[in-house]
Design a protein around this ligand. Structure first.
Ligand SMILES: Cc1cc2nc3c(=O)[nH]c(=O)nc-3n(C[C@H](O)[C@H](O)[C@H](O)COP(=O)(O)O)c2cc1C
Length: 176
């Protein structure tokens, strides 16, 4: 049973404390399938996912992410990569510099929302040394790590308060 999409959008929070409990591989598959359902420019699907369970690699990711230790607390880290050449093949510079990043971001958001839907906790981690992540995972040249997503069960007694959002009215221009 998953949450209604509106509830998942509203209730998803970045979680930075995890229990060590492993996550069922069926749930993990649902997350990855949701990611791969994302829209992408020209349907190029310029993404690739490293599903990291190995403890020493997760420790390596902590180092690469400037000591964000919750990456080693979670039982799984998903390293989401963009493959710029898949997009540039059809769209040139705009594909390589913009579309492939938009596409992977859409995939990440799908993954986060599906995780919320099935009761798993996540955090979108973007602060890391790209080269260090490539070294830790032996990522080939054509892939660019875009985000690291720890996935697990929250170790918090309750969901954190949502950080304040800008008012919708302040970020809208109505063009009638
Ligand atoms: C592109 C991006 C990069 C982020 N990088 C980090 C990060 O490196 N570490 C971290 O703890 N949170 C990171 N976050 C999570 C944000 O801090 C979080 O989404 C924001 O504070 C709003 O909170 P919420 O996700 O609970 O709604 C990142 C989020 C995005 C979208």
């Amino acid at each position: 049973m998953t949450k209604d999409v509106a509830d998942a959008i509203r209730e998803r929070r970045s979680i930075r404390r995890f229990t060590s409990e492993d996550i069922p591989s069926a749930a993990l598959s649902r997350l990855l399938e949701a990611a791969c359902m994302a829209p992408s420019a020209g349907n190029r699907q310029p993404w690739f996912f490293y599903v990291v369970r190995k403890a020493e690699i997760r420790q390596g990711l902590v180092k690469a992410a400037f000591g964000q230790s919750f990456l080693a607390e979670a039982p799984v880290d998903i390293v989401v990569c963009a493959e710029p050449e898949r997009s540039s093949g059809r769209y040139g510079k705009r594909g390589a510099e913009l579309y492939c990043l938009q596409d992977t971001a859409a995939a990440i958001q799908n993954l986060l929302l599906m995780a919320e839907g099935v009761g798993l906790a996540t955090c979108w981690v973007g602060a890391f040394d790209e080269q260090a992540v490539c070294q830790v995972l032996d990522i080939p040249k054509g892939r660019r790590p875009v985000a690291i997503i720890p996935v697990g069960y929250s170790n918090l007694s309750q969901s954190p308060q949502p950080p304040a959002r800008r008012n919708v009215a302040d970020v809208i221009a109505m063009v009638d």
